[in-house]
Design a protein around this ligand. Structure first.
Ligand code: URA
Length: 187
């Protein structure tokens, strides 16, 4: 396991998959390195690639609004992605790209030691929670894995496209707030 500075440098120089050829920046992750809660998206989009920061485009602004509902901002959570470089034209990251990159996220999880992991969307949920995870059926449900509580909610980009999913997500966010409070009270 690498420490933060080494890990950041290794990611910045990474050539483990072909996404390195087209990236402008590696999008390492942002937030509080000792946060109780970690949000995991799928991969950087155009703005994230240009700025080197996760969730700064339209979906990111919506994510910030969602987090504010449960009193979270970028100072008290950590935000990362399954892959750290932008897939061309925002396609889903390939299995091989995920495989090449996932070790970096595992290292981040080991350093942060979050109590809660929230997967943003199908790709992250399938990779982090269970390969056959069904986001439409299972969003908002909780699973404990190696002492970490995990859930998934719809990706903010999906919520921008489909407002009918927002009420369910609101309930999921309240459940996340409750879980955070409960776990904080236990320690
Ligand atoms: N979508 C993601 O999944 N991650 C980002 O960082 C931005 C958009």
């Amino acid at each position: 396991m690498l420490h933060w500075e080494e890990l950041k440098k290794t990611c910045a120089d990474c050539t483990r998959c072909a996404l390195c050829d087209t990236r402008h920046n590696v999008v390492f992750g942002v937030g509080n390195e000792t946060a109780d809660i970690l949000f995991i998206g799928e991969g950087p989009g155009e703005q994230e690639d240009l700025q080197g920061i996760p969730f700064v485009g339209a979906a990111g602004k919506f994510l910030d609004d969602m987090l504010s509902i449960i009193d979270i901002d970028r100072t008290n959570c950590y935000i990362a992605n399954i892959v750290k470089c932008r897939p061309p034209h925002n396609r889903d990251p390939l299995e091989t790209e995920q495989d090449a990159c996932i070790g970096y996220l595992r290292n981040q999880v080991a350093l942060i030691r979050p109590k809660i992991i929230v997967c943003l969307g199908r790709i992250a949920a399938k990779r982090v929670i269970r390969e056959d995870y069904r986001i439409t059926k299972e969003h908002g449900t909780w699973t404990e894995k190696n002492g970490v509580w995990m859930t998934a909610i719809y990706h903010p980009a999906a919520l921008l496209r489909d407002v009918s999913k927002r009420p369910e997500t609101f309930d999921d966010l309240l459940s996340i707030r409750q879980k955070l409070r409960q776990l904080a009270a236990e320690t």
